[in-house]
Design a protein around this ligand. Sequence first.
Ligand SMILES: C[S@@+](CC[C@H](N)C(=O)[O-])C[C@H]1O[C@@H](n2cnc3c(N)ncnc32)[C@H](O)[C@@H]1O
Length: 246
Amino acid sequence: MTDYDKIAKHFLERRADKSRFDYNRDIEVPAMVKLIGNVKNKVILDLGCGFGDHSLKLSKKGAKKIIGIDLSKELIKFANEQNISNCKFEVGNIDQKLKFPHNYFDIVISGLAIHYIKNINQLFKEVKRVLKKNGTFVFSTGHPIFDLINQTPKLKNEMKALGTRRIIDGNYFDESQKISDLGSIGKVKMYSYTFETFIKSGLNNGFELIDYVDAKPVQGSKKYDSEKYKLTTTLPTFILFKFKKK
Ligand SMILES: C[S@@+](CC[C@H](N)C(=O)[O-])C[C@H]1O[C@@H](n2cnc3c(N)ncnc32)[C@H](O)[C@@H]1O
């Protein structure tokens, strides 16, 4: 059973809970959908697709075909139960060679999954292999600065006392696997990679970096939790990269 199998139901329910601010629904998903851009008639691979939240949105925007893969059987079950048109979800490990043919996809996306992968270089190689020429790879991950504060729970209380001032702790260059606390959802093991690792993995594997985003929450989310809205509009939570296969 994977980390996400254990928390799958709660992970799904929390995103749907309109009574509270949700980092994925209110920040990451809208930022990804915007950065991915036009998907009409595109063939898309969603790596670490979870219960298919991004795929659902891209399907509604006219994608021709979407394949989602995820390590969690439970999340894949939820994804398939949604019967999203033009989407197929299956269990698979994105930290291994992908089973898809060369030059097959127009777009590869990955929402908040890349930091679970040990072999980032292999992932970029594989994404390049399965993408068509000029195809794009759009992914999101935690902002290294936000993660440095998050790694040290005692700082959360200190942060409250500090108001808008912040303390940064932890080691930005330490890319080893760590336990990350996702608050009420639970704890999972993940890596925290540097900007250099992401950018060089792309450049060294034949990609061109064509866009980048420091994600901010959508305006309408302020009503759920003005404190979290204020925190996430002053302290960046997620970063998004858009690479193009040369
Ligand atoms: C934060 S969740 C994001 C899920 C989805 N992209 C979303 O944004 O709703 C991270 C996902 O990565 C998946 N994951 C972690 N390691 C993986 C691996 N080696 N292969 C495939 N999926 C993996 C987890 O099961 C989980 O669904």
